[in-house]
Design a protein around this ligand. Structure first.
Ligand SMILES: [Zn+2]
Length: 101
């Protein structure tokens, strides 16, 4: 795991404001998107080619089920069907490298 990604994700996961939301998603928070999330989002956009804020907006608009169908497809290795790692864009099983968008 590069840097302290885990810690930052956990800080958001354990966010007190998030616990108060009914849907348990950041977008239902009155502070959305907060500075903490924006910071993480920026890093993920730059380094890993994905945006958490965009993902959250998509979940809000289309629902988690739709989102999961699309994301499952996106993060499944076309060679072996295992999971593509968001940090390396590599298959966790066969090592197949997906090109960054
Ligand atoms: Zn694979």
């Amino acid at each position: 795991m590069p840097e302290n990604t885990h810690c930052i994700v956990c800080r958001i996961k354990n966010c007190e404001e998030l616990k108060k939301t009914s849907a348990n998603y950041c977008f239902s928070c009155k502070g959305f998107p907060c500075a903490r999330l924006k910071q993480l989002d920026k890093r993920y956009r730059t380094k890993y080619g994905m945006s958490m804020i965009d993902n959250l907006k998509r979940i809000k608009e289309t629902g988690i089920d739709n989102f999961m169908v699309i994301e499952n497809e996106k993060w499944t290795c076309e060679k072996c069907g295992d999971i593509i790692c968001v940090h390396t864009w590599k298959c966790t099983k066969c090592g197949y490298q997906v090109k960054l968008p």
